[in-house]
Design a binder for this molecule. Sequence first.
Ligand SMILES: [Ca+2]
Length: 451
Amino acid sequence: MSGTPKEITEPQAPPGMVWIPGGPFRMGSEDFYIEERPVHEVSVDGFWIDQYLITNAQFARFVEATGYVTIAERPLNPADYPGAPPENLVPGALVFKKTRGPVDLNNYVNWWAWVPGTSWRRPFGLQSSIEGMEQHPVVHVAYEDAKAYADWAGKDLPTEAEWEKAARGGLEGKRFTWGDEDFPGGKAMANSWQGEFPWQNLLRDGFEGTSPIGSFPPNGYGLFDMAGNVWEWTSDWYVQNHSDEVAVSCCGPVVNPRIGSADKSYDPMQPEIRIPRKVVKGGSHLCAPNYCLRYRPAARQPQMIDTGMSHIGFRCIVRPAKMSAGKVSLETQLEPTQQSMAKNLSASIGRFIKQVRVMQRALVHPHVPWHAKVVAGCAVLYVFSPVQLLPNFIPIFGQMDDVLVVTLGIRYLRRHVPQSVLDECETNSRIPSAPTILAAPATAPLPNSIR
Ligand SMILES: [Ca+2]
């Protein structure tokens, strides 16, 4: 399809989604890996995209509502794997294992291990769980799993062009989603890997594995984690050079280019494997400059459609046609409607108590700045003061109730305290002796659990 993209003014956004204006942009990069070349102009129509990656909590709601079983959880058919020992034919997935020292970077088996029992709900094997990781991106989802979620929500997965347009955040020709410098002013802008992959993780960004969604600043469109954290599925088949596959338009940039056939997506290095591959974008927490500098909008990688891994997730989009047809489900964004009022009330009280605890712990946390401690101290004092001492001195406080004071206090902490420190305050985990947190996500939201 070619021609001028449709002019669409930004209509009412579905919950949790951001409008990406249609129009041309420069796709690809000349400066890094060959599969990103050449830079070429394409255009997409406007669409909505999820502001955040799909989380474990959202995926759990989908599974609860539908009974869906992901590929990693399904039993393997021995007929598909002739000669394989039966003990290997158990459900599972590939999990990243940090090595003890430098290894041959040409052999990914050195750091990927098949772990039976691994799935989105047990991301590190049978003994693991996602408890406490509700706001982390869901991983170990194959393409089919991501597509099933999108279908359920009445949404779609983005094409590669749509994804890259959104990731660039309105910037033209920049290396990263935020500009050209990797750590501007020394600040981590994404969850990637600092140090020598796959054995030395220096944690300059504060996270070894996945990070809660929104732990780093958003891009120009207000989208979080478009670089790093986890790779994201797109709906396009992978070809080594995408622009070769797209028809050239007679007049202006190609609009909504697609790679229509799976035929060229097979891995030429493993011709015996006939599993087609889709493009994943955005890089992950495993991307390190010495191995894979791919937490960039132009970066792209092939991924076999049947394989989810511990560093691949997704987000959805909605195209205006689907929205106007009224197919978009709000269910993914809302709590289940069957929750009774009593349950809601008890959840609110629980959240309030949790927030007060976070502030109490912030008072003694070494990485919380003094002014945030003063604010947290005032709020805690307000809540626990039997004589309501503060309201008598500060009249405006007298107008507030405890919940409002706590909400404002938490909001202040959220602005001035790194997310990872707040997470420690929430979980009451041991405070590390050496500060490893360099990211200061001033705009990062709190996980829902303490919001
Ligand atoms: Ca990291």
